[in-house]
Design a protein around this ligand. Structure first.
Ligand SMILES: *Cc1c(COP(=O)(O)O)cnc(C)c1O
Length: 369
């Protein structure tokens, strides 16, 4: 058996372990928020936003942000059918309805024309998820938002390092949400971040995130509302601070792995990797290969071929509307069709050139089979 290639694992150096040990030994009492505050301020500065609140997950950040925008019972939120369920579950838990629309064939992100057709009097927001690092068509989505009085929210969990017209993904919509799960470009094990440059929204979300206790409230243990508890710990934040000091190199390595696959597969017609339109930068979280229907390559053949080479490859997200708890929307043709002929490729920080050769060889062998 050839050596195993994982599809993902974090890059943890002496810096992360040093900060984590320091937080575990000293980050208590008066110093219990030191790494947290530093991580929030540093992350906000990296993105170019004014406010950031560290959370236990991206799911929690989305939940808080949508609650802060007043999304609730009777409201509809439009998002792409191609997504991880974490983008949809907070909508459901808030009593609102996720409306799944099709994705574009090249970016695999939400199709603005489909968004426009799905708008009803109940529509409150558009959730733009930058899939696998690919940037949504934000120009069109923001324009739809303006014309119809809808909020545009960014789930940028997969888009650290991605940019749209020189602005970082997650910093552009009403708020942005990030994930620091172990599979993501920057990790704290589990964790997330809510970011916004809207002062009023920040204050509401901050109060909600602290069990409803407002910053200015002088009475101790006095919540003014029923809030949430989705906090990050100082120990997790210490690892985040170390990762943040290395963020440029973490992003650069993701982008160089994507470029490496692109170079290795450039001569193959019929297989498409993540696009990077001229006005965007792709953070390249998850290099993904989508095969043309004419190649006859299927998910099952891809999984079998990678498994035979002892390489972990990950299936493309199932359409959320195909899951048992939602109404099927097979008319979302791209979202229902692409996963059957696509695969996510390994892309962890320490992936070697020869490991990339092995991955690319599997892709080649399928096209020439
Ligand atoms: C990973 C991910 C999430 C969930 O992040 P958690 O931190 O696990 O809650 C949400 N949205 C997208 C697009 C993701 O990739």
């Amino acid at each position: 058996m050839k050596p195993h290639i994982l599809y993902t694992k974090p890059s943890i150096t002496e810096l992360e372990t040093r900060y984590a040990a320091d937080a575990a030994a000293h980050g208590w009492g008066e110093r219990c928020y030191e790494y947290l505050t530093r991580f929030e301020k540093g992350f906000a500065a990296h993105l170019g936003v004014t406010h950031a609140i560290a959370t236990s997950s991206c799911t929690g950040a989305l939940h808080l942000g949508m609650a802060g925008l007043g999304i609730g019972a009777g409201d509809e939120v439009i998002l792409a059918d191609t997504n991880w369920i974490a983008s949809a579950s907070p909508i459901v838990h808030l009593g609102a309805t996720p409306v799944f629309v099709d994705v574009l064939p090249d970016s695999w992100c939400i199709d603005p024309a489909c968004v426009e057709r799905a708008i009803t009097p109940r529509t409150k927001a558009i959730l733009a998820v930058h899939l696998y690092g690919n940037v949504c068509d934000l120009d069109a989505l923001l324009d739809i938002g303006r014309r119809h009085g809808l909020l545009v929210i960014e789930d940028a969990a997969e888009a650290i390092g991605s940019q749209h017209r020189g602005r970082r993904a997650g910093s552009i919509g009403a708020f942005g949400a990030f994930s620091f799960h172990g599979t993501k470009t920057l990790t704290t094990g589990e964790g997330g971040m809510f970011v916004t440059s809207d002062d009023a929204l920040f204050e509401r979300v901050l109060t909600m995130s602290n069990h409803g206790r407002a910053r200015g409230q002088t009475r101790q243990f006095w919540p003014d509302m029923v809030g949430f508890k989705f906090k990050m710990s100082n120990v997790q934040a210490s690892i985040g601070c170390a990762q943040l000091e290395r963020i440029e190199s973490l992003i650069e390595r993701k982008r160089s792995i994507m470029a490496g696959y692109r170079a290795r597969l450039a001569d193959l017609a019929g297989v498409h990797l993540n696009p990077e339109p001229a006005h965007t930068v792709n953070g390249a979280w998850m290099p993904t290969a989508v095969f043309d229907p004419s190649t006859g390559v299927t998910r099952e053949r891809l999984q079998a071929a990678f498994a035979a080479e002892n390489i972990d490859a990950r299936v493309f997200f199932w359409p959320l509307s195909s899951l048992p708890m939602f109404t099927p929307r097979p008319e979302n043709r791209n979202a229902w069709n692409i996963p059957g002929r696509a695969i996510n490729l390994p892309s962890y920080h320490d992936l070697t050139e020869s490991e990339m050769d092995r991955v690319a060889q599997v892709v080649r062998s399928l096209l020439h089979a």
